[in-house]
Design a protein around this ligand. Structure first.
Ligand code: NAI
Length: 506
């Protein structure tokens, strides 16, 4: 196999360097491994060889391929031995001064044609390159952990990076069988920037006591299709990793309100309640299994009231059809009768506001989240308001559980749970496009491969309708008066004109 780079140096062979060395060898390059701690190199080579041995045993590679891979790893005991390399990838400690010092030294060792790359995840590529004599040959090359399994790599252009250098790194990524995405040098690049919406908005919802961790996780998994709920995800990543990332991106963007972290994770971090690895996080763990509270059992309601649906409900025809299929007695009058359960389905408003503005009896008013089509979701979410009568809440619960679909009940919240989180994710993604950090296509690829979302964030917005997402944000901004919900111009224009969020013309 012909590799874009023939001789690749990897400096720092910890968790990341090891994976990068493995993939570089698989891409066909001769790989030179160097680490400040001498014994780390032999250990890394052994660990990589074990990976290949496993691939051989599973029949995924042949004896010849395995032998060829093994012959491509070369231990170095001095950094000077990297002088033969046409690419050097750094994966050492995440410290600006230490990285700068290493590259200053590398620059004196390698030919001018050698590409220099950093695997930094949180430092500025431009800042690392600042004192180099040839910053144009320097780029960010951001892999994800574990490198062999995470198929996306961010190729980061610093202020002075030559685009040909990025082209070569793109090609080398493909040689590895991975997918490159191009990003400008901005805090969090694409993946860690786009990933800000999920956890932070979920934490805000919990912070307002709208619902509990487990219910929010269930809602987002069943309504949107996320593999893990935000709290399960934070438990997996551990708060000593995720909270500092939230803080770092927030501060690097000069306190941008969209990224504002939560005191909930700050406190849990200081208490050492980190997640799975400490057996205690948002969930407690017994034998490695998260302890989930049971689902709500739907109440039995003997005397189901008739149902009146607000004329302004989102997806009203669909809701009426659903009610028919659930065998509800539907009222058709302009006003609800005195017995009716009143259903509203607002976008971005809370049930209280809708009842007050539309002069509905709040005691009988219950809200349903219909951002996504009911047919697409595996759970229904109902919100009552502080005046809702318990019998009306129970009637709504029993009615919407009639076909066996799980129902979650939450406290009144502008935007429910799904609307808030999805709108926040879509808005941040839209702003990444607005800033020109990457193309919409690369954004979608990076988020799906890097974060494992069921859809790219722009496709997610297109699925529920950019106009609906825009409406959610406008109304939430009105209710909360919080600049974190201000829509990005990218979303505002496409939402207002009914265009796809993937539309690049402006
Ligand atoms: P690690 O701590 O597992 O490995 C770092 C290795 O670098 C160690 O073996 C250490 O001895 C060596 N080292 C430190 N300073 C050195 C120097 N001046 N010269 C030579 N070797 C040196 O760290 P990890 O997790 O592999 O991270 C490495 C880099 O990759 C960091 O910049 C980190 O931010 C970045 N990164 C980490 C990810 C992760 O999930 N762990 C994901 C993406 C990027």
């Amino acid at each position: 196999m012909k590799s874009t780079f023939k001789q690749v140096g990897v400096v720092g062979v910890g968790a990341m360097g090891q994976g990068i060395a493995q993939m570089s060898a698989q891409a066909g390059a001769q790989v030179f491994l160097f680490d400040m701690q001498g014994p780390a190199v032999a250990k890394a080579i052994q660990a990589i060889q074990q990976q290949w041995q496993k691939m051989l045993e599973k029949g995924r590679i042949s004896n010849e391929t395995c032998a060829a891979y093994m012959a491509r790893l070369q231990a170095c005991d001095a950094v000077g031995q990297l002088s033969v390399c046409d690419l050097v990838i750094e994966a050492i400690v995440e410290n600006l001064a230490v990285k700068k010092e290493l590259f200053a030294q590398l620059e004196t060792l390698v030919p001018v044609s050698t590409v220099l790359a950093t695997n930094t995840s949180s430092l500025s590529v431009t800042a690392i390159a600042a004192q180099l004599k040839q910053p144009q040959r320097f780029a960010g090359y951001h892999f994800f952990n574990p490198v062999p399994l995470m198929k996306v790599v961010e190729v980061v252009a610093g202020l002075k990076t030559d685009s040909e250098v990025c082209n070569q790194l793109d090609a080398f990524t493909r040689d590895m069988g991975h997918t490159p995405v191009r990003t400008r040098d901005t805090p969090g690049f694409i993946v860690n920037h786009a990933g800000r919406g999920y956890g932070t908005e979920a934490l805000r919802i919990v912070g307002e006591s709208v619902s509990d961790f487990a219910t929010i996780d269930r809602i987002l998994k069943d309504q949107v299709g996320f593999k893990l709920g935000p709290f399960e995800l934070m438990d997996l990543t551990a708060l000593d990793v995720s909270h500092p990332v939230m803080e770092s991106i927030y501060h690097q963007y000069y306190e941008e309100p969209r990224f504002r972290p939560s005191i909930i994770t700050a406190q849990r971090l200081s208490a050492g309640v980190l997640g799975r690895k400490t057996q205690e996080g948002f969930y407690s763990y017994v034998d490695g299994k998260a302890q989930m509270p049971p689902e709500l059992t739907p109440p039995v309601v003997e005397d189901m009231p008739p149902v009146w649906v607000s004329p302004r409900a989102a997806r009203r025809p669909e809701l009426l059809q659903l009610l028919k299929s659930l065998d509800a007695r539907i009222e058709t009058g302009a006003q609800p009768s005195d017995q009716a359960l009143i259903l509203v389905a607002p976008l971005g408003f809370d049930v209280t506001t809708v009842a007050a503005v539309d002069r509905l009896d709040p005691q009988r008013t219950v809200g349903l989240d219909l951002l996504f089509s009911d047919a697409q979701t595996k759970r229904r979410v109902l919100a009552s308001n502080p005046a809702t009568r318990p019998d009306m809440r129970q009637a709504a619960h029993a009615l919407f559980a009639r076909d066996g679909k799980p129902v979650s009940l939450i406290r009144d919240s502008a935007g429910f749970v799904t609307q808030r989180v999805v709108a926040h994710i879509v808005n941040i993604a839209s702003d990444i496009c607005q800033q020109g950090i990457c193309t919409p296509t690369d954004l979608e690829t990076a988020v799906q491969l890097g974060l494992g979302y069921p859809l790219g964030p722009l496709a997610m917005g297109d699925q529920c309708g950019p106009a609906s997402v825009l409406e959610v944000l406008f109304n939430m901004q009105t209710v909360y008066g919080d600049p974190r919900y201000r829509p990005s111009p990218w979303l505002r224009r496409r939402g207002a004109l009914g265009l796809s969020l993937m539309q690049t013309e402006d």
